[in-house]
Structures are given as structure tokens and as C-alpha cells.
Design a protein around this ligand. Structure first.
Ligand SMILES: CC(C)(COP(=O)(O)OP(=O)(O)OC[C@H]1O[C@@H](n2cnc3c(N)ncnc32)[C@H](O[C@H]2O[C@H](COP(=O)(O)OP(=O)(O)OP(=O)(O)O)[C@@H](O)[C@H]2O)[C@@H]1O)[C@@H](O)C(=O)NCCC(=O)NCCS
Ligand SMILES: Nc1ncnc2[nH]cnc12
Length: 285
């Protein structure tokens, strides 16, 4: 049955399914500090786990369309325009199923670029994939509508940080320098898969300028997030008793500040996708 399903689905469909499953695994991972998980809504009043899962499933056609666009072998500048529009269509689909709630804006951006780059550039390693996605992100998007500055743009300017655009343009260092090495190191240390994923999230949080945190709670909360994540890992990670205590302390601190690391959560989903893609690169997508 499984073999039949594999034969009848296209590479673009399979890639999109991998992206959706990474979003589902991120949403269900618990306990994540101040984020939506199996325990509850974290710092969000308008998000629930059910909404995150509905949103993830609704994005399958968006990721598939991006992979199919990449299969056409267009010049990179033309492909960038095309996926810009597909990304905006994906955001519209997300807002429609969530009743206007922003569940996955940053995830559409990061996972969309990665799915597209995996097909378009046929990279052979996780790092090459992240850098290829970064090159696409750095190209101009001439059809982007002139809109009021986003939350990310406003805090990026106010606090002099880069946010989601700069993270992508730099080739996603949060994924290939922090999330992925930590995920694999924690697995290697027999932390268990859920703890390894939590550790990967924390490794991303140690250094990310998460504009979601900055917008909701300001720079002091960003420092709390980065230092708190470091403290968990230094105490032995999520699998250790001391690390787990630090993790719950960080959860309380971020909840008290109403600070949700939504950007880090998106980058964890992107890390899980890259982890699953790497063994299939470049041809077995
Ligand atoms: C390039 C875009 C991502 C737009 O980026 P920009 O910074 O201009 O806009 P924002 O609207 O602020 O969205 C950025 C989202 O990215 C996540 N994020 C934050 N920091 C980082 C970081 N350092 N690195 C990577 N990613 C980061 C984060 O997303 C998560 O948070 C969202 C929930 O936040 P919340 O506060 O609840 O909701 P808000 O609506 O913001 O506030 P309230 O009104 O509720 O108070 C959730 O979505 C998570 O995903 C940031 O929110 C990109 O969107 C873009 O320009 N796209 C155009 C299409 C395109 O070109 N696509 C290319 C192909 S994919
Ligand atoms: N689990 C989560 N909770 C809150 N915001 C998010 N953005 C992406 N994943 C999220």
C-alpha cells in the first residue's frame, strides 16, 4: 500500500507532504516555551493547536505549487517572482482557514524557499540547501505590493535587527549552524526524539532576533529568550532533570512577558524539513 502511494504521488506532492509533516511535528512538540503545543495556547489568545494543524494542512497546495514551479527550470529571477505570488496566495489560504489569524506566515516563507531551492538547485547537503534558499530569498520580488510596514519591518528598523528576511538572505544559519547540529547531537546522546527536537528549538532561540518576541514584548524579552535557552542547554538539555527545570522556568518567564518565539518555532519546522530532506538530496525527492 505504501509503495503504491509512493509510485502514484509526484515528487512535488511528496515534498509538500514533507513540509506539512514538519509543521505538524513542530506544532505538536511539547512543552515548548510560550508557544502553542499539546498543553495549550502558550502566550497566544488567538491560536490553538487545532488551528495550527488546520493551517498546516491548508498549506500543502502552496508548497506543492512552489515545487512544481521550480521543476519548470526557469531562470532564478523569474522563479523568485513566481514563488512570491505563490507565497502570498498561501498566506491568503492560511488566513481563510484560520479566520484571519496569522498562524504560519514565517513558516510559509522559510519552508517555501527551502522546498523551491531543493528542486531548482538540486543541492547535495543541508548546508547547500539552506544557502540555495538564501540566494532565492535575496533576489528582488518586483510584484510585491506596496503595503504598510509589517510588524517585522517595524521592529527590525526600531531595534536594528534583521528578522525573517535577513535570516533567509544569510542562508538560514539558524537551521544549519544551530538547529540541525543540536537535533543530531541530542539524538546521538540518546535524549529521545522529542527532547532532541526541543533542544533544536532552544539552540535556535539562543541567537535568533525573533521579531515576534520583539514586537510583542521588546528587547528585554528577547534577551530573556536567548539567555534562558542557553541556560537549558548548559544545564544538560531537555532530557536532563536540571535542563527540564530551566525549560519550565523559561516557559513561565516568556508567558509573563507575553513573548512568543514564533519565528524560532517556524525555524524548528524548517530544521525538521531539512533533516528529512538531506538523505534524499539531490535526486530522491
Ligand atoms: C518575509 C516575510 C516573512 C515577511 O517578513 P516581515 O518581517 O516583513 O513580516 P512579519 O509579518 O512580521 O512576518 C515575519 C514572520 O516570520 C517569523 N519570524 C520572526 N522573526 C524571525 C526570524 N528572525 N527569522 C525567521 N523567521 C522569523 C514570525 O512568524 C511567526 O510568528 C507569527 C505569529 O506572530 P503573532 O505575533 O501571533 O502574529 P502577528 O500577526 O505578527 O501579530 P498580532 O497581530 O497577532 O499581534 C506566525 O506567523 C509565525 O509564523 C514573523 O511573524 C514574508 O511573509 C513575505 O514577505 N512574504 C511575501 C511572499 C514571498 O515572497 N514569498 C517567497 C516565497 S515563500
Ligand atoms: N507552535 C507555535 N506557537 C505559536 N506560534 C507559532 N508559529 C509557528 N509555530 C507556532
Amino acid at each position: 500500500m505504501r509503495a503504491l502511494a509512493r509510485r502514484t504521488s509526484s515528487p512535488a506532492e511528496r515534498l509538500a507532504e514533507l513540509a506539512v509533516s514538519a509543521l505538524v511535528d513542530e506544532a505538536e512538540l511539547s512543552p515548548k516555551p510560550a508557544l502553542v503545543d499539546r498543553r495549550g495556547q502558550g502566550a497566544h489568545s488567538d491560536l490553538t493547536l487545532g488551528l495550527m494543524l488546520t493551517s498546516a494542512q491548508a498549506l500543502q497546495p502552496c508548497f506543492q505549487a512552489m515545487a512544481e514551479a521550480a521543476e519548470r527550470g526557469l531562470p532564478a529571477a523569474e522563479l523568485r517572482c513566481l514563488i512570491g505570488q505563490l507565497g502570498r496566495d498561501g498566506e491568503a489560504a492560511m488566513l481563510q482557514v484560520t479566520g484571519g489569524v496569522n498562524t504560519h506566515r514565517g513558516a510559509i516563507w522559510a519552508l517555501g524557499l527551502l522546498v523551491t531551492a531543493a528542486v531548482h538547485e538540486r543541492p547535495t547537503s543541508a548546508q547547500a540547501l539552506c544557502l540555495a534558499a538564501g540566494r532565492l530569498a535575496s533576489l528582488p520580488d518586483p510584484d510585491a505590493p506596496q503595503a504598510a510596514p509589517s510588524h517585522g519591518q517595524r521592529v527590525a528598523q526600531r531595534y536594528g535587527v534583521g528578522g525573517a528576511r535577513a535570516e533567509a538572505a544569510a542562508g538560514f544559519p539558524a537551521i544549519h549552524q544551530r538547529g540541525l547540529p543540536q537535533l543530531r547531537a541530542s539524538r546521538q546522546a540518546s535524549a529521545g526524539e522529542q527532547n532532541a527536537r526541543l533542544d533544536a528549538l532552544l539552540a535556535i532561540m539562543t541567537a535568533l532576533d525573533d521579531t515576534c518576541v520583539l514586537h510583542r514584548a521588546g528587547p528585554a524579552a528577547l534577551t530573556t529568550m536567548q539567555q534562558g535557552a542557553r541556560a537549558v542547554l548548559q544545564a544538560g538539555g531537555s532530557a536532563s532533570l536540571a535542563g527540564r527545570r530551566q525549560l519550565l522556568t523559561l516557559d513561565r518567564q516568556l508567558l509573563a512577558a507575553n513573548a512568543s518565539p514564533g519565528g524560532a518555532a517556524d525555524l524548528l519546522a524548517a530544521t525538521l524539513l531539512v533533516d528529512r530532506l538531506e538523505p534524499r538530496l539531490p535526486g530522491d525527492l
